[in-house]
Design a protein around this ligand. Structure first.
Ligand code: SF4
Ligand code: SF4
Length: 102
C-alpha cells in the first residue's frame, strides 16, 4: 500500500471527515438499502490510512450512495457518514477535473 499523507487533508477540504470513531459494528451495512458494505466500514478506513489509490478505485460505490442517511441515523458512534461520502465525492471530482485539464 502506498500511503499518501496529504490525502486526509484533501478530504477535509471537502468538509469534515470524521470516520475515526467507527467501531466496525456493521449496523450501517445491515440498514443500507443498497447493501453498500464497503461504505463506510472499509473505504473510510482506507481514507484515514491515506490509501488514496484504493479509495479512488471505489468510485462506483462512492457515487452509488443515495445519501439517505439511514445508516447515519442508526450509527452508534455518531459518524457523519453522508457528509464523509460528500467529501469523498468532492475529492474524486477534483481528481477527474485535474485529469481532464492535464
Ligand atoms: S454503524 Fe457507525 S460504527 Fe458501525 S460500522 Fe457503520 S459507521 Fe462504523
Ligand atoms: S447514506 Fe448511503 S451508505 Fe448510508 S444507508 Fe444510505 S445509501 Fe447506504
Amino acid at each position: 500500500m502506498k500511503v499518501d499523507t496529504g490525502f486526509l487533508e484533501s478530504l477535509r477540504l471537502g468538509g469534515e471527515f470524521d470516520a475515526r470513531l467507527c467501531m466496525n459494528c456493521g449496523t450501517c451495512t445491515a440498514l443500507c438499502p443498497l447493501g453498500l458494505e464497503i461504505l463506510p466500514r472499509r473505504l473510510f478506513r482506507h481514507a484515514l490510512l491515506g490509501d488514496r489509490e484504493r479509495v479512488l478505485g471505489e468510485s462506483e460505490a462512492i457515487f452509488s450512495c443515495l445519501l439517505c442517511r439511514l445508516c447515519e441515523a442508526n450509527c452508534p458512534a455518531g459518524v457523519h457518514i453522508a457528509e464523509n461520502v460528500r467529501s469523498l465525492r468532492v475529492v474524486l471530482n477534483g481528481e477527474a477535473r485535474g485529469l481532464a485539464e492535464a
